[in-house]
Design a protein around this ligand. Structure first.
Ligand code: SF4
Length: 359
């Protein structure tokens, strides 16, 4: 697994600071210049403090944006220059309790926006940064201010924001309209049956609020990526959900049907929720057919290609972030590997897909 936190050494009395790694000539005062290169240990000089990091090669982190935390002696890789998968965890608080949540909510919130803004300013040209939680819009004012400030400095950045869609208001319309070309909102919907959706997210009334707010997103002309994790509790209604989306949310940019991630509540509830689409793709195929017939975009996220019938493989995206992606022994000889998302780092053969074979 690609490390996102690096062991670091730094004067513990310093305040945390954000720097960009420069193994060559520094480009500005926010760059940390490589001054010591030893086996398993690199030394850097930066305006806010000197520091060392361990067990990584200079070529692996050149251009990365780090948050150096002297108190914890850790450097967080907020942005990896060579990766398209960079996400800021805005908060671990959430007002839902989804059965498959990969990042179970916590009560405590640590405001990191100042660091995120510093990091966004140092991001490589054209970066799309993911913003996730928890529920980022629980801190809506701070979130919107952060996005506004990032865009004020960098007209090349964009954000992909994962939100449960519960916290938009009519007053947000001007702001949503203003930034619609640079924001993609990933919003989950699990069923067209309000009781099934509410059960999955653990919040009575969530479906009613979600659909009301999706209408606002439509009014704003916002780019929306609907997301549905397919599970035992909702798989039977997938075609009906496709029909609901195509009739009521036709402005959605895409609809992503996703496989579960076996971590957090997803691990706890795996046995009762994981739906093995490698042995039964009928309902998924029917939902995809309906969306295509109505000329609406569809994607499959987190599906190993060999688990998808050949006719539907064109919809499978390489959606698993590089730092938590792995391949199995069978993948070593597979001709599809370069196009396949593989599986999550925490995937287990013994309770995963029945049909996963080299192609
Ligand atoms: S065998 Fe591995 S690489 Fe090939 S399609 Fe399956 S999961 Fe992907």
């Amino acid at each position: 697994m690609i490390p996102l936190r690096l062991k670091s050494e730094c004067d513990r009395s310093l305040a945390p600071f954000v720097v960009r790694i420069a193994t060559g000539e520094p480009q500005g005062s926010s760059d940390a210049q490589l001054v010591i290169e030893e086996p398993n240990r690199l030394g850097f000089q930066a305006t806010d403090g000197d520091f060392h990091i361990h067990n990584i090669a200079p070529t692996e982190i050149d251009g990365d944006v780090l948050l150096v935390d002297p108190r914890r002696q850790i450097a967080h890789r907020l942005i990896r220059a060579g990766s398209p998968h960079n996400t800021f965890l805005i908060t671990e608080q959430c007002d839902q309790l989804c059965v498959m949540c990969s990042q179970p909510p916590k009560a405590h919130h640590e405001d990191m926006f100042a660091y995120f803004l510093a990091a966004a300013r140092l991001a490589p040209t054209g970066t799309c940064i993911g913003l996730s939680g928890g529920e980022p819009l629980l801190h809506k004012k701070e979130l919107f201010d952060f996005i506004e400030a990032s865009f004020a400095d960098r007209d090349d950045l964009s954000f992909h924001i994962l939100t449960n869609g519960q916290h938009f208001e009519r007053d947000d319309l001007p702001w949503l309209r203003k930034h619609r070309s640079r924001l993609l909102w990933g919003i989950p919907i699990y069923s067209d049956d309000p009781s099934i959706h509410d059960d999955i997210v653990g919040k009575p009334g969530a479906f009613a609020q979600l659909t009301q707010n999706l209408s606002l997103m439509g009014l704003a002309g916002a780019a929306v990526e609907l997301r549905t994790v397919v599970m035992t509790p909702n798989v039977a209604g997938l075609t009906m959900l496709a029909d609901f989306i195509s009739r009521h949310i036709p402005f959605a940019t895409t609809w992503a049907i996703m496989q579960m991630e076996r971590i957090g509540y997803g691990r706890m509830n795996w046995a009762r929720c994981f739906f093995d689409s490698s042995v039964d793709f009928k309902e998924l195929g029917s939902a995809i057919d309906l969306m295509r017939a109505r000329n609406q975009d569809i994607a499959l996220y987190n599906f190993p290609l060999c688990t998808v019938p050949p006719a539907y493989r064109q919809y499978a995206a390489q959606s698993i972030s590089d730092w938590k992606q792995k391949y199995l022994a069978a993948c070593a000889t597979c001709q599809l590997r370069s196009r396949c998302s593989g599986v999550f780092e925490w995937y287990r053969m013994e309770d995963g897909f029945m049909e996963i074979h080299s192609q």
